[in-house]
Design a protein around this ligand. Structure first.
Ligand code: SF4
Length: 161
């Protein structure tokens, strides 16, 4: 067994890039969460931004899920639409698949994802009207990781542990 394989065996989590201070958010900013950054420093977590991985630019127009949550997007029953009305469903699904691929490559069985994001949100997302209303549901990446059997939590749950 080579050293790289041994290193990956330490990794337990995939995490949202913006939570470790990378400026990957739609507005070009980040949402640094020091406990998540510490996990990366300790070699226990690897970051990815699914929206960037799906091919979207940074900054990028804000997007929300319309017609359902991430589970319905994956089932073809809902879409991801920007505030300007552009359909970015394909990019969101491609990014979610990249996050799942990363998790499988490194053997991560858990994810810590940014709350309320249309990709990373877990348990609560914006309602698709760009009015700040929050509804129950998962973002596209969170939904895909859950379907694949990963345990998904938000940074808020981690901080409350
Ligand atoms: Fe952060 Fe996820 Fe949004 Fe990327 S898609 S900026 S990782 S919340």
């Amino acid at each position: 067994m080579d050293n790289k394989t041994t290193d990956f065996q330490k990794v337990k989590y995939v995490v949202s890039s913006c939570l470790i201070g990378l400026n990957t958010r739609y507005d070009g900013g980040n949402k640094l969460c020091k406990p998540v950054l510490q996990l990366v420093k300790e070699g226990l977590a690897m970051p990815l931004c699914p929206e960037q991985a799906g091919g979207l630019t940074t900054p990028r127009p804000p997007a929300e899920l319309v017609g359902g949550d991430g589970k319905e997007v994956l089932a073809g029953k809902a879409r991801v639409i920007t505030k300007q009305g552009k359909d970015v469903t394909h990019e969101f699904i491609a990014g979610a698949l990249s996050m799942l691929s990363l998790a499988r490559i490194i053997g991560a069985e858990k994810a810590i994802l940014k709350s309320l994001s249309p990709s990373c949100g877990c348990g609560a997302i914006y309602d698709g009207t760009f009015s700040g209303n929050i509804v129950e549901g998962d973002g596209v990446t969170a939904a895909l990781l859950k379907e694949a059997g990963l345990e998904v939590i938000t940074e808020e749950e981690l901080e409350n542990d």
